[in-house]
Design a protein around this ligand. Sequence first.
Ligand code: UDP
Length: 476
Amino acid sequence: MLKPFEVHIQAEPLTRFAPVLGDARWGALRAHAEQASARMAGRTFWNVNSTARGGGVAEMLPWLLAYARGAGVDARWLVLEGTPDFFHVTKRLHHALHGSRGDGSALGARERALYDEVLRDNAEELLVLVRPGDVVLLHDPQTAGLAPVLAAVGARVAWRCHVGCDTPNEEVERAWEFLAPGLAAARLTIFSRAAYVPPQCADRAIVIQPSIDIFAVKNQPLAPEVSRAILAHTGLLRPEPGAPEPVFTRGDGLPARVSRRADLVGLGAASAPETPLVAQVSRWDPLKDPAGVLMGFARLARDSPGLRADLVLAGPSVASVADDPEAATTLNRVIALWRQQPHALRQRVQLVCLPMADLEENAAIVNALQRHASVMVQKSLQEGFGLTVTEAMWKARPVVASAVGGIQDQIVPGVNGLLVRDPSDPAEFARAVGSLLEDPVLAGRLGAEAHQHVLAHFTGARHLTAFVHVLEVLDA
Ligand code: UDP
């Protein structure tokens, strides 16, 4: 018998936001927190997804629920249990919602039976926990089929979809057809972009964009010299005499030292601390287009021979994503491409696999790199919503990113970053990056705007406001 398990979340006090939000926004956040807790008095806010680790949803739920608890809401997280066959079907659905065929397997009666059976099992336990009037937020395709039974016992059910496709095709339609019976029972559906809302949900859909936890290790303030010390310690930068300790603060508030070195592939020499860095931090995935970044940088080097800058392409250590054979293939392709470049260019490009054994340490290194880089890039070919873009913007970095998917809702071009219209054109990418390297005043202005934009739109405070809106709709 399959049953969901609970991941227990500690409350985080909302007072953390007081010093960063400013009076007006802090006042609004407190008012929303009061509304949320008043509306939820005597009720529980359940979140149900299918994994406690890995993936954006599992990243976001702990801190979103921690702040909801901090607001006085009994917010709880349940992870449903599945079988390999069930996850095969839901992976297929996930690919289909991205418009891709995945492994091309069927989504027919057999798959529906498998999907329904696992959710029926999980629902038995859920029905013991969930009471009439409780609010249940189901996440992603794995959980959509739970909506009918939960709605039938009087729960207010919403479904949140964290994926989407800019140009829906047959695959996307097939996935929506599969999910339709479950979704019919959801009072509200939530998407990351308006363009992702399917016709079936158009009458009860809202958009809530993902946000970042500005207090997470990955986003905590670091003095420039500490960022440099962390990067020097991992091997990306040349060490500086008299540098401070490469220390960051862990989630539990205790200081820790970055102790592991990154795995540097094909590196000529570590960058000089004063050389401007252009950097992309991403999984080794063809859709993140690391090869395109390399070729765009090569174009920049060719077109602007006097410009001083190095490129860092960083991603997780491939050993840490052993379940993702595509990662190794992608990285190997970039290495091969790097080998084909002239020696002088190779000296300026670092391909870096970041240590993943300690996720907080990894976050500290990503933080240091995003803070130290003169320009952060995200040259994705497709992107639901680029967390890396928001993370870099929070650090007041000027970002150059492709005008694809959710990135178009994150960056206002020329105001808080630059968008590259044609991701297949290295020259356009090179021009955008070059314009920021050559004009530090412009870079500074875009970065400062970017930070303000994230503060206004992409933090946990904004999510709490969105939650109050969700409650209003569900209770209407
Ligand atoms: N990330 C990381 N270490 C890495 C590479 C990426 O922590 O070596 C993080 C990155 O900081 C971001 C997340 O992984 O928080 C990637 O989210 P995004 O939405 O940018 O892309 P996804 O991987 O979900 O497609």
